[in-house]
Design a binder for this molecule. Sequence first.
Ligand code: NAD
Length: 273
Amino acid sequence: MPPQRLRLNDGHMIPQIGLGIWQVPEATTADTVAAALRIGYRLIDGAAIYGNEAGLGEGVRASGVPRDEIFVTTKVWNSEQGHDATLRAVEASLKRLDMDSVELCLIHWPVPERNLYVDTWRALIRLKEEGRVRSIGVSNFMGDHLERIIGETGTVPVVNQIELNPRLQQAELRDLHDRLGVVTQSWTPLGQGRSFDAAPVREAAERTGKSPAQVILRWHVQLGASVIPRSTRVEGLAENLDVLDFTLTAEEMAAMAALNENQRCGPDPLTFA
Ligand code: NAD
């Protein structure tokens, strides 16, 4: 089944399920990306800091899937924030990708202590106007950061890519996204496997004949989020895409909600620099 798509607030569509390529070695990225695209993935989540943009571009071209069917994301790293530095950073990403434009560019982290994220956002607005990136969004933004860039520029990000998994459910931030028209995108969606043995996950897996990872990915889909699990094995890639032929019941969704512990796997966006 092809991945479902979600509508972004600028009218473009984003596949709901994609492949994340953080920590995929540059040498094997092209093969992983091409394999994923051949089995049906259409969204690849990259970033300058992942060090594998050249492999991402190569994998897209090697896959045989038409470029206009593929949604490529990249991100501006913290050290490149600021208006002119961002313009240069995105050009450098496009060069490494060997692409004329990407479907989505995100500010990777807000880095509040540098106070450059509004200037960085203005640079992304300009790059969108110039057609170098089709849509623009943010990552790891808290409510205050979102409200500030929208207040100062009038441009609403299409996506906020945040850590989201059963132990960190971010209900308040997701509500704000819904009110602003921002798509929530979940990183570390499997939460380092820490909830695989939790009763609600195990029981839903037993009822549906799916794996714990598939139950958790299905939970993201039913929350309305876009989700970008990482796997480098073809079986894992296929497993993570195969979550559209079953539904978690309202009771199972409620039981999953009770797993929230507000515990992060990754850094705190307020302090991470
Ligand atoms: P993930 O939740 O996707 O988990 C990846 C781990 O789970 C790997 O060890 C993988 O082997 C294993 N796994 C994958 N599928 C599995 C399955 N079906 N069953 C059992 N184990 C399975 O974690 P992630 O890579 O941290 O996050 C996903 C993507 O999110 C990243 O690759 C990256 O693209 C993005 N990300 C973004 C940020 C950000 O700051 N914006 C931060 C971290 C990650």
